[in-house]
Design a protein. Structure first.
Length: 365
């Protein structure tokens, strides 16, 4: 203890009182604890005050644990207004992304996009992503669009007078509570065989031709719809492919309880294997082929919001279903009749911001 009494003329009583009333023993532990109060011990009672002191209150919805908020939030605040802050902020909500800045000549030069590391886990994640990026990016910038695996950008042409026009628009859709456009895509491939039972149900079965001789035909001559000069097996496949691809086809989505979710209009395309084809199914390339088809590809892509919020458990193919009105609608729940074949497990929740591409490759048996 350092005494403040005069060194030479302090009385014994004054010295005794000085020792008895010295505050250091009571105050020094508290004084020393202040050095580590904010960064080491951090008692629960002061956490809210520290959050206020550091200006981290806007981050509380994204980092509810106050210790994490202070530790990570101070680092985020140091870089706020930069790309690093955007990356750090996305980490708070469990995502990462590639930031795509617009070209310098673009009129909306401050509007940027994000390509997420994956499709959003749940639609409820979108508002937090929008919120944390809005807090992180520079004040002069604006998050315009977020996408993953379904990116169809608007067409632009040069950047002179003609370039002031934008042809079409970027893919995506808006959700309530956000002015950001969201565009996600998923891909599902299935395979099977157009069996005799399937083709018979469709009214398109042609018996397998084991010989090119007319005498060996085992079906009526009037049903032979292919040229006699072609190789028999090839002509048969052509005839089947042409007949099946001419039919109207829908993909039918059902839930686990076999309740209908909806139908999506699809296309049927005769294809065959190719080194480089227009379609990739289960890792293999296929090209359209009317001359020598080996498979029928049933292809569709749901629209944004089709069946949103419902869990599809299976998908099947419906040929020649009929609709009561407005035949141009691609997603509907009023398709009746037709021939239904090939049911496949699907097990996915349809979303407001996701387009699901389904490809079913059926070999012509």
């Amino acid at each position: 203890m350092t005494s403040v009494l005069p060194a030479k003329n302090a009385t014994p009583l004054e010295k005794a009182l000085d020792l008895a009333l010295a505050p250091e023993g009571r105050l020094m532990p508290s004084i020393n604890s202040i050095l580590s109060l904010k960064h080491v011990t951090r008692p629960a009672g002061i956490m809210e005050f520290l959050v206020f002191e550091y200006g981290l209150e806007p981050l509380k919805p994204f980092l509810p644990n106050l210790h994490d908020l202070i530790d990570e939030g101070r680092q985020w605040a140091r870089y706020r207004g930069t790309h690093k802050a955007v990356h750090d902020g996305l980490g708070f909500v469990g995502y990462s992304a590639t930031i795509i800045d617009p070209p310098v000549w673009q009129f909306a030069w401050a509007d940027f996009q994000l390509e997420l590391d994956r499709i959003r886990d749940d639609e409820s994640d979108l508002i937090p992503i929008d919120g944390i990026v809005g807090l992180s990016h520079p004040g002069r910038s604006n998050l315009r669009r977020v996408f993953k695996d379904y990116d169809v950008p608007a067409g632009t042409f040069v950047y002179a007078t003609h370039g002031n026009a934008i042809w079409a628009d970027d893919s995506g859709t808006y959700i309530e509570g956000s002015d950001v456009k969201w565009s996600f895509g998923r891909y599902h491939d299935f395979s099977g065989t157009l069996s005799e039972a399937d083709l018979t149900a469709l009214g398109e079965w042609i018996p397998t031709v084991v010989s090119s001789k007319w005498v060996d035909m085992d079906f009526p001559w009037e049903t032979a719809s292919f040229p006699w000069a072609n190789e028999a097996a090839l002509s048969r496949r052509r005839a089947i492919a042409k007949a099946v691809s001419a039919k109207k086809v829908w993909l039918k989505f059902m839930n686990a309880g076999d309740d209908l979710i909806g139908f999506r209009r699809a296309e049927t395309i005769p294809v065959r294997a190719a080194v480089e084809g227009a379609f990739t199914v289960n890792g293999l390339d296929y090209a359209p082929s009317d001359d020598d088809p080996t498979h029928i590809l049933v292809f569709t892509r749901t629209g944004f919001g089709d069946g949103s919020g419902q869990a599809a458990d299976k998908v099947s193919i419906l040929f020649d279903g009929t609709v009561p009105d407005k035949p141009g609608r691609l997603w509907r729940t009023d398709v009746t009749g037709g021939v239904e074949i090939h049911e496949y497990p699907f097990a996915i929740e349809l979303g407001e911001t996701v387009r699901d591409q389904i490809q079913i490759l059926a070999e012509i048996s």
